[in-house]
Design a binder for this molecule. Sequence first.
Ligand code: HEM
Length: 198
Amino acid sequence: MGWTDRETVALIGGGHTLGRTHGNCNLTGTKWAQDPYNNIGPYFEATPGSLRGPTDGTCGTGTEAGRGNNTVSSGFEGPWTRSPSRWNYDFFDALMSEEWVPAKSPYGNDQWHTRDRSSKFAKTMRLTADVSLIADQTYLHLVEEYAADHAKFDSDFANAWFKLVHRSEDHPHQDDLEKDAGFCTSFEFLTAQQEFLP
Ligand code: HEM
């Protein structure tokens, strides 16, 4: 898709400033404990109500199936930042200020946490792709820059985000998606009222 190194680092850092990895449903002691990755159990994405995937009964039932504490997703666990629903600068700040060591999610996935378990970032996590940004010298310089200059991170992320939502492999030019509105891409968002109509 033609991303520069700068855009790559800004996008991963900005994307992972918000939200979290999910894998709350604990399969310990269930019939899937030894073999969580199959084409039936809760880690398999299936149509709700199909009794496969998160609705197979292992991770909650009814409207609670696969939701909230029953969420089943990547199997990694935890947020990247201390305020995952509010824009913040923890992603790059903590990458630089902490030493990140290998850890396991409760579901056995390889992820990373701070060596200092009493750090203010102790409850945050990193994926291997995140810590690779400080292992690679080119990326490391950009991580250093964003940790030191939050305004630069803000503006680089804003530009990269704009590009992300206006271009794709099939739409390589900056305004392709906008030009295609109503042709191959519909930008007619539903109003809240329409969305809840049966
Ligand atoms: C090396 C590239 C990337 C990798 C390997 C990666 C991997 C992941 C994984 C494993 C999750 C957890 C999914 C889950 O457990 O539900 C996740 C979540 C997320 N990613 Fe990425 N990601 C990458 C790049 C990006 C980029 C470029 C963005 C946006 C610009 C982004 C935005 C997000 C967000 C917002 C979430 C949280 C979703 C939620 O809260 O449910 N990621 N990512």
